[in-house]
Ligand binder design. Structure first.
Ligand code: MTE
Ligand code: MO
Length: 530
């Protein structure tokens, strides 16, 4: 045997092992997704392992991921998991050529990892959640065992192409087995997706048949002019399709409105209650324009939006349950909202009950909440960042204290309390734009929810602060548009903006990171006027 042909046969042997490994991994995942599709789609291995990774990711890394990949962060995570899995599968496949049992056992190990992740999810519904990972691992181990034996089996009567003599393996037998495995796995995966889709159909139907009642307290009419006639400014009302989305859910919960329940219980609740959606909808509904902001929003960042929300006043429900705010002697100072996927968010009871429009929202811009934004019901508390107030897919409200319980983000080093910081953002011109010399409209939005915006100032380079023109204020819970007519002169210019809130406080220049309680500092944009 020449050196080249021995290299070739070693290479082709390794390639066979690698192919066996990848096909085994593919089989494992596909069978797991099939079983998950039948049992519970959220218990699929990619979802549960991804969820476990998200929960264990250090805050700084998570913040980096949100900043770098934005709303694609989850796709990047899933691709990362698949890439790692593929590498391990290649290795296991090559190993299995000489140690078939060890290779198969390696695949089973992943079943254990997947099962542990599934059972450890906060929304785990019991031992059944381990089934997808176990079934997938068994199928994958079997596939690897069979493929590895085919990959190394010597052909007795030759494989018919006259090459068997040199390499001593049954090419046709291996390729046939590989083909059957690939087709079987692909079919299992497709079936799994089909079943998973069907499981969500009840929820989809419950959403499309939901008719939202008219509010007993409609939103105050928007003053004429809240929307400035400036191209490229953020629209005052953010369309649902453009509304930012931030959550830890790898598969968006599809909750069936017919079986949804909300329980209110805990410290100081003298009349615990469980509501159906129909019961909530039978109550007086308020409609309000509220601007929601994420604590992970950097200065100048995109994680903010305004919608017209429809919902039930939360304070009324709490009072009916017997809850009193701490200022009136209530023992609970923290309200912990829990979602169907096990997320927990804690808000100050005092804020929820101080008269502001804290609501359990059912409608967003005239339609039932989109699934991405919490269907059927989510919480909103004007003035507080989303992570301490805006629980989506809410199902449980527990009254407790800040001393006694740390919710999800607080366990990860974010602040217990987080009112939204006063911020202004320049929407136009964009960073590094090249506007022509002459009149240029600088414009954007400013927000300080539940305090309101009273002033916005612009500074060009090191010049004096100049008042921007403010659009009328829709209310203290929404952002406010502003514009400034600039006479652009040629050269490079830094445009800076700062806002003043309804308490008279001027937005601080002090730059802070988003962790632990929101970014501060002024937004600047550099432009070149040719
Ligand atoms: N169930 C659940 N609710 C959640 C979250 C989450 O991860 N899970 N994220 C919160 C955060 S950090 C924010 S900023 C808002 C974002 O709401 P949106 O996605 O509708 O814009 O939802 C909040 N509610
Ligand atoms: Mo957030």
């Amino acid at each position: 045997m020449t050196g080249v042909s021995s290299f070739r046969s070693t290479f082709s042997r390794a390639a066979r092992g690698a192919l066996a490994g990848v096909l085994a991994a593919f089989t494992a995942l596909s069978v797991a997704e099939l079983v998950a599709g039948l049992v519970r789609p959220a218990a699929g291995p990619v979802t549960v392992v991804g969820g476990a990774v998200i929960d264990r990711t250090p805050p700084a890394v998570k913040d980096f991921a949100i900043r770098t990949f934005g709303e694609d962060d989850k796709t990047v995570l899933q691709l990362g998991i698949l890439a790692l899995l593929t590498l391990i599968a290649l290795g296991l496949g090559i190993l299995a050529l000489s140690r078939r049992r060890v290779g198969a056992a390696g695949v089973l190990l992943f079943g254990i990892v997947g099962s542990a992740a599934a059972l450890g999810r906060p929304d785990s519904t019991g031992m059944g959640d381990a089934l997808p990972s176990i079934a997938g691992a068994l199928a994958g181990a079997l596939a690897l065992y069979v493929l590895a034996s085919k990959a190394t089996a010597t052909s007795v009567d030759g494989d018919g192409d006259g090459q068997a003599g040199a390499e001593g393996w049954n090419r046709r037998g291996f390729l046939a087995a590989a083909g059957v495995t690939a087709v079987t796995a692909a079919s299992a995966g497709a079936l799994g997706r089909y079943f998973a889709g069907r499981q969500g159909q009840g929820a989809v139907a419950s959403r499309s048949s939901l008719v939202l009642p008219a509010p007993s307290s409609p939103a105050p009419a928007l003053p004429a002019g809240v929307q400035l006639k400036v191209a490229d400014i953020s629209p005052f009302t953010t369309p649902n399709a453009d509304f930012y989305r931030v959550d830890t859910a790898l598969s968006v919960p599809k909750v069936d409105a017919a079986t949804w329940r909300l329980r209110i219980h805990g410290t100081g609740v003298t009349r615990p209650r469980t509501y159906t959606l129909a019961q909530l909808l039978a109550r007086p509904l308020v409609e309000r324009d509220i601007t929601l902001t994420c604590v992970s929003n950097e200065v100048g960042g995109p994680y903010i939006g305004t919608a017209r929300w429809l919902g039930v006043r939360l304070a009324d429900l709490l009072r009916e349950a017997g809850v009193r705010p701490p200022s009136q002697g209530g023992k609970a100072d923290q309200l912990v909202a829990r979602s169907v996927d096990g997320m927990t968010l804690g808000s100050p009871v005092e804020d929820v009950m101080d008269g502001r429009d804290a609501i359990l929202a059912v409608g967003m811009n005239g339609e039932p909440l989109p699934f991405d934004h919490g269907f059927p019901v989510r919480m909103l508390v004007p003035g507080l960042y989303g992570y301490v107030s805006a629980c989506k897919w809410i199902t449980d409200i527990e009254l407790t204290t800040f001393d006694r319980y740390d919710p999800y983000w607080v366990k990860r080093k974010w602040a217990r309390k987080a009112p939204i910081k006063t911020q202004a953002r320049i929407d136009t011109p964009k960073p590094f734009a090249r506007p022509a010399a002459g009149p240029v409209t600088i414009a954007g939005v400013a927000w300080a929810q539940h305090r309101g915006i009273t002033r916005v100032e612009i500074r060009v380079d090191d010049g004096p602060w100049q008042d921007a023109d403010l659009a009328p204020q829709a209310g203290i819970d929404t952002w406010r548009q502003w514009s400034y007519p600039w006479k652009a002169t040629s050269g490079g210019h830094t445009i800076t903006v700062r806002a003043t809130d309804g308490t008279g406080a001027v937005q601080t220049e002090q730059r802070t990171r988003t962790i632990p309680d929101g970014a501060s500092g002024w937004h600047s944009v550099f432009v070149t006027v040719p």
